[in-house]
Design a protein around this ligand. Structure first.
Ligand code: SAM
Ligand code: SF4
Length: 459
């Protein structure tokens, strides 16, 4: 069926969601829908949602509240909620007066048909996975859908995400991911490698391999078991691919050395390790069901730094986890001071429905204390980031340019302010031609703030 209905797609959440949105975009275009830039001109609005923290869900609920009003004057408008929140809330979400389609992450291959049904027959639909924790989602339609990514829009010029696994089976007590993305399953190495080759053929220079615990990648075939290091090696020999990144890592010994050796020995593998610690208190780590102690975390990153020169490390922390005392928090501060991350993401604990944390633990750290710890931890990290960023002053670095910064105006002349990243994931801002988007460049660093390096384009 040929159609040119207009679709607006709004994405909340992590890189997995960005990838899913890119896949959906690709499928929509192939089905001859038109992607538009504003809700005003859209026949259908798709909202790709995140459930990791309550705040992310509240933003979607308030977005849906606005859409309910808009639908009073535009009753033909179709609203589809896709992603993690769709899977978590299912039928409850379909009762919302603004919502026509609820479609979980594993059902996105059905989305085009559901949209057509809603646009032309006014039918509502619910497509989610029943009993998501019973078995890993061995889902051929999803696999086929994923493999069609090479026909898609690029998220950032020259770069693409490739998910090498789906779901997660770690069951950290605070985390909703296993309940909305299902149990961990690794994609076959041959499929991953084919996909990367096709992306390279379309001019992609950097791929980022995605997995909730990407270093747990494991695929058995015959008598060989493939791990992430094998995937890195295979990706490294693909012509056209220059930089390979992978996120996010779980602090575990298994395969860790092999992965570090791959970072050290394979020039295309970027020396960047995002490895969340979540807390520096062993008591809290245990309550979080994280399978390591603070000391083991520090030993692991020490090992990585010893194997991989100039490694840059990033982390995540949750503050205000149930029963976190000032002393527990101080241990987290101590860990941050020792670990010397390039940057850290700090989140205030948010109980998520259905998780062990929500069912068994009392959310007993007051909001003001969570806020105070959040600010304090970021301040501690800021000093470290500031010191590390100053080490770049007067040095020349290679960057992959993402595009014009938010500050640059489209009507500016040939030179605009550009945003780029180093292979170690430092953000670099400098003036240069727009045509550099998606290209490598060499930049001399002349100034720095804790999170940004400022440079001049080398000729
Ligand atoms: N799989 C990755 C990992 O294990 O590090 C990332 C998972 S999650 C999408 C990203 C981050 O959100 C986590 O590292 C954690 O710090 C934070 N997070 C997850 N659940 C949370 C919750 N209930 N409250 C606050 N922060 C949370
Ligand atoms: Fe969530 Fe833990 Fe899995 Fe990360 S490893 S996705 S935090 S359950």
């Amino acid at each position: 069926m040929k159609d040119s209905k207009k679709i607006f797609l709004h994405t909340y959440g992590c890189q997995m969601n960005k990838l899913d949105s890119a896949l959906v975009c690709s499928a929509l275009k192939e089905a001859e829908f038109e992607i538009v830039d504003s809700e005003k001109e859209a026949d259908a609005i798709l909202i790709n949602t995140c459930s990791v923290r309550e705040h992310a869900e509240q933003r979607v609920i308030s977005h849906l509240g606005n859409l309910k009003h808009i639908k009073e004057t535009r009753p033909q408008l179709v609203v589809a909620v896709i992603g993690c929140m769709a899977q978590r809330m299912g039928g409850e979400l379909l009762k919302h007066p603004a919502v026509d389609i609820v479609c979980g992450p594993a059902q996105i291959p059905q989305l085009i048909d559901l949209l057509k049904e809603a646009l032309f027959n006014k039918s509502k639909s619910l497509a989610v996975t029943e009993n998501i924790l019973q078995h890993p989602l061995e889902n051929q339609p999803l696999e086929n859908f994923e493999s069609s990514y090479d026909r898609d829009e690029q998220i950032i010029p020259g770069q693409a995400y490739v998910s090498i696994m789906r779901g997660c089976s770690k069951f950290c007590s605070y985390c909703i991911v296993p309940y909305v993305r299902g149990l961990e399953i690794s994609r076959p190495p041959a499929v991953i490698s084919e996909q990367i080759k096709r992306l390279a053929g379309r001019g992609i220079k950097q791929i980022t391999l995605l997995g909730q615990a990407v270093n747990s990648y494991e695929y058995k075939t015959g008598d060989k078991t493939y791990c992430l290091a094998d995937i890195l090696e295979t990706a490294s020999i693909i012509d056209g691919i220059e930089w390979i990144k992978f996120i996010t890592n779980y602090p575990t010994e298994k395969y860790f050395e092999q992965i570090c050796f791959a970072m050290r020995d394979l020039p295309k593998v970027c020396r960047y390790l995002h490895i969340p610690a979540q807390s520096g208190s062993d008591k809290i780590l245990k309550a979080m069901n994280r399978m390591y102690s603070c000391q083991q975390y520090l030993q692991l990153i020490e090992k990585a730094k010893n194997i991989v020169p100039n490694l840059s490390i990033a982390g995540d922390f949750i503050v205000g986890f149930p029963s976190e005392t000032d002393d527990d928090f101080q241990q987290t501060v101590n860990l941050v001071q020792k670990a010397e991350h390039k940057n850290c993401f700090v989140f205030k604990y948010s109980p998520r429905p259905g998780t062990i944390g929500e069912k068994k633990l009392k959310d007993n750290v007051p909001a003001v204390v969570k806020q105070r710890r959040n600010v304090e931890l970021l301040c501690v990290q800021e000093k470290i980031s500031d010191r590390l960023s100053k080490e770049f002053l007067d040095k020349e670095v290679a960057v992959l340019v993402e595009g014009p910064s938010k500050k640059s105006h489209p009507d500016e002349g040939k030179e605009v302010q550009l945003v780029a990243r180093t292979s170690t994931d430092w953000i670099v801002v400098f003036d240069g031609p727009k045509t550099l988007a998606g290209q490598f460049a060499n930049v001399k660093i002349v100034n720095s703030t804790p999170l940004t390096l400022f440079g001049q384009l080398c000729s």
